[in-house]
Ligand binder design. Structure first.
Ligand code: CO
Length: 134
């Protein structure tokens, strides 16, 4: 069912600093900072030859990464995202196995304008897993 690794997301306490580090110290191609108000995050995409790194910063009081950064003040890997061809089929298959989906399991439009779903980390061996319809 799952296909390519779309991105690895890293929550960071200082998005400007992290962006500059990836650009200057690591020589990576980085996007501008984009606010994603419907997700409560600001993002920077680091484009690698075979995948992307998504740097996540806090946006707003209810940001979903605020709690994560309280537990991991220096930042850390927040989730990984893999592609699926059909997100509705993926959802049905996972629900049939009792896998919990975040946000009531309704696919939302993610940072790339494609539908995404998040699987509960407790059902995925401790890793928050995002599915994105390719
Ligand atoms: Co993501």
């Amino acid at each position: 069912m799952i296909g390519r690794l779309n991105h690895v997301a890293i929550a960071v306490p200082d998005l400007e600093r992290a962006r500059a580090f990836y650009r200057d110290a690591l020589g990576a191609r980085v996007s501008e900072i984009e606010d994603q108000p419907e997700h409560g995050v600001r993002t920077v995409f680091v484009t690698l030859p075979n995948t992307k790194i998504e740097l996540l910063g806090v946006l707003g009081e209810d940001s979903p990464i605020r709690g994560f950064l309280e537990r991991h003040p220096q930042g850390g890997i927040h989730h990984i995202c893999v592609e699926v061809e059909d997100i509705e089929a993926a959802r049905a298959q996972l629900r049939a196995r009792g896998v919990r989906l975040l946000g009531g399991g309704e696919p939302r439009i993610g940072a790339h304008g494609k539908p995404v779903l998040f699987l509960h980390p407790k059902d995925v061996f401790g890793t928050l897993l995002e599915l994105e319809q390719a």
